[in-house]
Ligand binder design. Structure first.
Ligand code: AMP
Length: 229
């Protein structure tokens, strides 16, 4: 099963992708994570992308498409991919269709996570993650059970993203509405969209996604009913 999680920054795509990865044998492909790793490693790609990311703009299509294609060629796709943060433009969506087709695969479902812009700024400004395993936390909604210790791996280092501040978040939201939102129509025309309420709590969202995926990957099963809107 191959899935795309689509939604604005802060909608919870990374959190839900991780839950899906843990609960099913799916492999999470996050272009944001890959680009941040390239920036941290100081590669040529990282040097090209770093400044763009800090301004909340989109990295050029050819660079991210190449990144995804190279990752797919490394193998290790488990039962399929969960794409988090890719595609973000129509050109990327068309490239994804092509990349999957060339590998004898197809995209099964696009989960659209619906959230309102004002809530996103508050959500994003409070988030941080374990520096070692990447487990996500939030100042208001999800603190570690033991102060300063990661629930998942027990380590004590945490990080905040440089682009998780109000000014950059506004730019990222603008990029989302202008360049990424049109993908909802693109995938709706393919009959692949399921919309979930991204404002609900993490477990409720996970349940809704689970329902949207029922029957997918099971031979002869029907696709879930399309959701309106
Ligand atoms: P994310 O972690 O998905 O929010 O991505 C962080 C930043 O990386 C974005 O604001 C963009 O600058 C860049 N980025 C990640 N994925 C893409 C993509 N598919 N296309 C263009 N830029 C991307």
């Amino acid at each position: 099963m191959n899935l795309v999680l689509l939604g604005p920054p802060g909608a919870g795509k990374g959190t839900q992708a991780k839950l899906l990865e843990d609960s099913r044998s799916l492999v999470k492909l996050s272009t944001g994570d890959m680009l941040r790793a390239a920036v941290a490693a100081g590669t040529e790609l990282g040097r090209k992308a770093g400044d763009i990311m800090e301004r909340g703009l989109l990295v050029p299509d050819d660079l991210v498409i190449k990144l995804i294609a190279e990752r797919m060629d490394q193998g290790g796709c488990g039962e399929g991919y969960i794409l988090d943060g890719f595609p973000r433009t129509i050109a990327q969506a068309e490239a994804l269709d092509r990349l999957l087709k060339e590998r004898g695969k197809e995209l099964d479902r696009v989960i659209v996570m619906q959230v309102d812009d004002d809530a996103l700024v508050e959500r994003i400004a409070g988030r941080f993650a374990c520096a070692y395993c990447g487990e996500g936390y939030h100042d208001l909604y999800k603190l570690p059970k033991v102060n300063g210790v990661c629930d998942r791996c027990g380590s004590a280092g945490f990080v905040r993203r440089r682009d998780d501040n109000e000014e950059v978040v506004r730019a990222r939201l603008e990029a989302y509405h202008a360049q990424t939102e049109p993908l909802i129509g693109y995938y709706r025309r393919q009959g692949k969209v399921s919309a979930v309420d991204g404002m609900a709590d993490i477990r409720a969202v996970a349940r809704e996604i689970g329902q949207a995926l029922e029957g997918i990957g099971v031979k002869g099963a029907k696709r879930p009913a399309k959701t309106p809107g």
